[in-house]
Design a protein around this ligand. Structure first.
Ligand code: NOJ
Length: 921
């Protein structure tokens, strides 16, 4: 019976490949009772008021009480406990939960392990709560000073919480419940006749604890657009989902799902969920709101005028975007971020959930993947073809077919009989291998992992308490319960070289299907009433399951390397904090131009919400890209923080040399461009690691005042120095490019200058997509072509100086050993380059205790925007002369045939880790 079911479910799953996204397999808001209830509430419905305000443990603590006391025997509203804490850098945390002293039937789930421990150190203990009667109110409100010139207001009646500027017009920044949509379904006891079950298609959710959803409205002030809340395949600026002028649309759904052949323009939730929204407006100001909650969430962005009939009046001098947040379970644990700049908001969010891990250098290079490289011979051939075609790459990936029957941590001993040797051969060229390890474990009594997990009781349980059994790649499978720290530690131990037989130090890991994907489960995932350790229902932790799996794997690799080797783990599921554990990709996209286009807003959104190390499958996972699309995808993908080609097993082979010499050349150039820019990317990854500012950024993050950038999600910034415009249409040889700001931009391809603040029709011939360096920046590169990033270790640097109108520029370079954690102990080089008054100066940015040396030289300095004339430069303290030449701009093998001549200082002979000056004579 079981195998019949399996075959049926597999036929059903695989046959979908001929079709596209099956909408009916997933719930709409109308089919999701908590969402339907919340969406139909009318403004002003909340009848709670604030009382019993006190200061407890440095927080403002109060009760949320019914305005009209409970009467009779009907449903009694019990007081809720509200606590508001303030932190340095303009962060307010608001928590609302049931009152535990009133013995609710169970404790609601609070998500552990996301907020970093250092965040507590930022807490400012509330000393004083002021009172103020807001005009029009009959009772006073409580006011707490936050920091940096902001204060938090807890309005008592009607209940509302907001953050405002302390001085001037006391402008509001972010508010909660201004429209009275707050609703908190309290846990109750089941009475006779209550039916808490919910049915969807063939599945029944027993919902043992009954309704427990929470919803509220959040308003962002001085806002033109809101962004964030991944993961959706949609525009970067979030379109309204409800209100005047909006055709009936679903809210943005946050529920981690394995969505087969997702659409490129949809609010439907994909593999990951980060309930963090960012607002940006004309004043150049940015703010943010984050709800730490792992249950299903739905969020409406409300079109202006949605509340016309509500009678609610908010400061009309401020433009505003209202949103409605709804979650099935959990507590209110929310964070308000005041900004005021875009980078301030991402830093504030990072101070709560952490910054992204510093990747190894190899991970920032190109990755070659396919479902599947068939056997060892295939691996060897693909590897040697890269060399034959002079294309660098760093990592070769093996998908599920490399295992013995989808039993992870094993190898198919016919196809991959010598895994160690295979990895060593790659390692000899400085290359790595990645194998896939998914969370579903084959229920096979002879499989060591299943035996051990069963014996130890490490699986998630079904609602009856038995090990949950669902269908995935291996057939009948159980799922490791990653919520438990003990189980995570055990899981991590599976990656030791001894336990993972056939693994070597150059092997890293890919965590897929960790939403978790369950082919025969409701909406292709685990039933919500499945049980985790401590009796936590899956519904409460669902969106964080994959995060815990990613964490356990990543920590396992750290253990494997005895704390000396930075882990690399790619995850498909995403949650706040994912950035601390590795990279992510945007899942199963399709070989279509629109999927190429949507990859940019998707990557930008992930970066904005902390997860900077992301990318989309180059070429599209499903389908066969025409060569032009594939080439354009490589050209844009070379700028994704995570750069990987991948494809479904039904697709034709598409390694870069399979489409004729010309296309090979074009793809090679794109990959070379990435390798040349690795020093710049690596420096940006370090910036992200220290501050939380993403590697790839929306234009408005660099030009917050420039309104023309707010809705632009076809161009993006790589750091603050490069602007890249993708080409997303077939047969196009031009692109319309908006270059923001007042300063000029230099075309990376030929050095031509363009004045900022204008839109240009740029050439986009098949050779390249438009990319520009901002005047006033210095970008470090390595221009020699090698087989992999590690082979570039000792190569000299090129500095590209783009002068601004004052003939000045500056930039940075970060270097470490590219692999270990020694950089955390000060073993790194961090230089600042400043060009001013005709002199380039290299100074140290690292603290005095930083100690890494390098023999690498700077062997070329290209200066864009410098007049011709000078023939030599003086290098100090070496007291040497270096030759200057004028010529066309070179970008690796590409030499600009037209365009401006640029000045190049050849072989100044200076070392990258030293202080020096180069003066143009
Ligand atoms: C689904 C993943 O999204 C895809 O990248 C992978 O190739 C397949 N699972 C098989 O492992």
């Amino acid at each position: 019976m079981r195998s019949l079911l399996f075959v049926l479910s597999l036929i059903c799953f695989c046959s979908q490949s001929a079709l596209s996204w099956k909408k009916e397999e997933f719930r709409s808001c109308d089919q999701t009772p908590f969402c339907k209830r919340a969406r139909s509430r009318t403004p002003g419905a909340c009848s709670l008021i604030v009382g019993d305000v006190s200061i407890t443990d440095g927080d403002l603590v109060a009760k949320l009480l019914p305005k009209t006391p409970n009467q009779g025997d009907g449903d009694q509203i019990k007081p809720l406990i509200l606590s508001l804490s303030v932190y340095t850098d303009g962060i307010v945390r608001l928590r609302i939960d049931e009152d535990h002293s009133l013995n609710p039937p169970k404790k609601r789930f609070r998500v552990p392990d996301v907020v970093v421990s250092e965040f507590d150190e930022k807490k400012i203990w509330v000393q004083k709560v002021a009172t103020e009667t807001i005009s029009g109110d009959t009772s006073p409100s409580s006011v707490v000073y936050v920091s940096d010139g902001y204060e938090a207001v807890v309005r008592h009646d009607p209940f509302e919480v907001y953050v405002r500027e302390k001085s001037g017009d006391r402008r509001r920044v972010v508010s909660l419940n201004s429209h009275g949509l707050f609703d908190f379904e309290q846990l109750g006891k089941k009475s006779d006749g209550d039916n808490w079950e919910e049915k969807f298609r063939t599945h029944t959710d027993s919902r043992p604890s009954g309704p427990q959803s929470i919803s509220f409205d959040v308003s962002f002030y001085d806002s033109s657009f809101v962004y964030g809340i991944p993961e959706h395949a949609t525009s970067f600026a979030l379109k309204p989902t409800k209100g005047p002028g909006v055709e009936e649309s679903e809210p943005y759904r946050l529920f981690n799902l394995d969505v087969f052949e997702y659409e490129h323009e949809s609010p439907f939730g994909l593999y990951g969920s980060i309930p963090f929204m960012v607002s940006h407006g004309k004043s150049g100001k940015t703010s943010g709101f984050f709800w730490l909650n792992a249950a299903e969430m739905q969020i409406d962005v409300l079109a202006s005028g949605w509340d016309a009939e509500s009678g609610i009046s908010l400061p009309s001098s401020q433009s505003r975007i209202d949103t409605l947040w709804m979650s099935e379970a959990g507590i209110v644990d929310t964070f308000f971020f005041v900004g005021p700049g875009p980078k301030d908001v991402v830093k504030q969010y990072a101070s709560v959930t952490g910054t992204s891990a510093m990747p190894q250098l190899f991970a920032t290079g190109y990755h070659q993947c396919r479902w599947n490289y068939k056997d060892e011979e295939d691996v060897a051939q693909v590897d040697s073809k890269f060399d034959e075609h002079d294309i660098p790459y760093d990592v070769l990936w093996l998908d599920i077919e490399h295992t013995d029957g989808k039993r992870y941590f094993t190898w198919d001993n016919v196809l991959f009989p010598h895994p160690e040797e295979m990895q060593k051969k790659l390692a000899a060229k400085g290359r790595k291998m990645v194998t896939i390890v998914d969370p579903h474990i084959k229920r096979d009594d002879s499989y060591f992992l299943h035996k051990e997990a069963t014996q130890k009781g490490y699986y998630v349980k079904d609602s009856s308490g038995k090990d949950f059994d669902g269908w995935c790649w291996p057939g009948s499978s159980s799922y490791i319960d990653m919520l438990s720290p003990e189980i995570r530690e055990w899981w991590g131990g599976r990656f030791s070289y001894k336990k993972y037989v056939g693994s070597t130090p150059s092997l890293y890991i890919w965590n897929d299907m960790n939403e978790p994907s369950v082919f025969n489960g409701p909406e292709v995932t685990m039933p919500r009433d499945a049980l985790h350790v401590g009796g936590v229902e899956h519904r409460e932790v669902h969106n964080a399951y994959g995060y815990y799996f990613h964490m356990a794997t990543s920590d396992g690799l750290v253990m494997r390397g005895e704390g000396k080797d930075r882990p690399f783990v790619l995850s498909r599921a995403i949650f706040p904090g994912t950035q601390r554990y590795g990279a992510v990709w945007t899942g199963d996209n399709t070989a279509e131009w629109e999927h190429l286009r949507v990859s940019i807003p998707m990557v930008l959104t992930l970066g904005l919400t902390g997860v900077t190390f992301s990318g989309a499958d180059i070429g599209g996972f499903f389908g066969n890209p025409e060569p032009e699309l594939l080439v354009r995808w490589y050209q844009v993908g070379a700028y994704y923080p995570f750069f990987r080609g991948h494809a479904h097993h039904d697709t034709k082979r598409r390694e870069p040399w399979l489409f004729g010499e010309r296309n090979t050349e074009l793809m090679r150039d794109a990959i070379h461009t990435r390798y040349m820019l690795l020093p710049y990317f690596y420096t940006l990854f370090r910036e992200a690691n220290v501050t939380g500012v993403p590697v790839v950024r929306p234009l408005w993050m660099e030009f917050p005042q420039d309104e023309a950038t707010f809705g632009n999600d076809e161009a993006f910034m790589v750091g603050s120095g490069l602007l890249v415009q993708g080409v997303y249409t077939k047969g196009t040889t031009h692109a319309s490019v908006y270059l923001p700001g007042k300063e000029s931009w230099y075309d990376l391809r030929n050095g031509k200058t363009y004045v900022g603040g204008k839109t240009y029709k740029m050439d986009a011939p098949e050779e390249s997509i438009p990319a520009f360096q901002k005047a006033g920046t210095i970008i470090p590169r390595k221009d020699r072509f090698r087989r992999s990033s590690s082979q570039m270790d000792n190569d000299p640097y090129t500095l590209v100086i783009a002068l601004n109108s004052f003939q000045e520029a500056d930039g940075e370079l970060y270097i470490d050993d590219g692999k270990s954690f020694e950089f955390t102990r000060g073993s790194y080089i961090h230089r600042r380059f400043i060009f001013s008054n005709g002199i380039l100066t290299s100074t140290n940015l690292a603290p005095p205790q930083a100690r890494l040396s390098s023999q690498c030289l700077i062997d070329r300095i290209i200066i864009l925007g410098h007049a011709s004339g000078p023939k030599t430069a003086l290098v100090e303290p070496l007291n040497q002369k270096a030759e200057i030449e004028m010529g066309p701009l070179r970008m690796g093998g590409l030499v600009a045939s037209s365009g401006t001549k640029v000045l190049t200082i050849r072989k100044p002979g200076v070392q990258v880790d030293q202080d020096w000056t180069v003066k143009i004579l």
